[in-house]
Design a protein around this ligand. Structure first.
Ligand SMILES: [Zn+2]
Ligand SMILES: [Zn+2]
Length: 171
């Protein structure tokens, strides 16, 4: 029989609080574990679901893609299983095909994030062909607005200038 004293009441309240917290922590750990598994597994699920690209129900595969803030806002964040990172550099958005982000999100404050989402085969192929065009067009060095700006400013020597800038820099 527990005596109804303030000390006992406090102790029971404290035990209850610790128990609740440990349950919450266990649940959070479990969720974090699931999300982290998603982060490091490029393709992990295949089945019927909503395609994040075209918003239709189809056979979908979940994997990692790059999306800019505008495209995320347009499609909604509900279908995103994990946002693994927001990129500090200028990146090609896999959905609108434009270069966005960069320092402070570029001129428009529109960052590109790597997200884990499900997409149908048609949408995956659409992004793959965008990547192919991008590679054939010369990749980042030829297509990124930042690199194009460097070429325009420094001519063909832009690489040497950029490298010199790094190697001769004193710390
Ligand atoms: Zn689709
Ligand atoms: Zn976009």
């Amino acid at each position: 029989m527990i005596k109804n004293t303030k000390e006992n009441a406090d102790r029971i309240a404290e035990e209850g609080r610790i128990e609740r917290e440990s349950k919450t922590n266990a649940l959070q750990l479990k969720l974090r574990e699931i999300i982290q598994k998603d982060d490091y597994t490029k393709i992990n699920k295949y089945g019927e679901g909503m395609c994040w690209g075209c918003m239709r129900i189809d056979q979908v595969i979940s994997s990692l893609w790059d999306a800019c803030g505008k495209c995320i806002a347009k499609r909604g964040a509900e279908g995103i299983m994990a946002k693994t990172k927001t990129k500090p550099t200028e990146e090609l958005c896999d959905f609108c095909g434009s270069w966005e982000g960069g320092r402070k999100g570029g001129r428009t404050g529109n960052f590109v994030s790597q997200i884990n989402i499900s997409m149908c085969r048609t949408c995956q192929e659409r992004v793959h062909s965008l990547h192919k065009q991008y590679q054939q067009g010369g990749g980042r060095e030829a297509l990124s607005p930042y690199y194009r700006y460097l070429v325009k400013k420094h001519g063909k020597e832009w690489k040497d200038i950029l490298m010199d800038g790094i190697t001769t820099r004193r710390f």
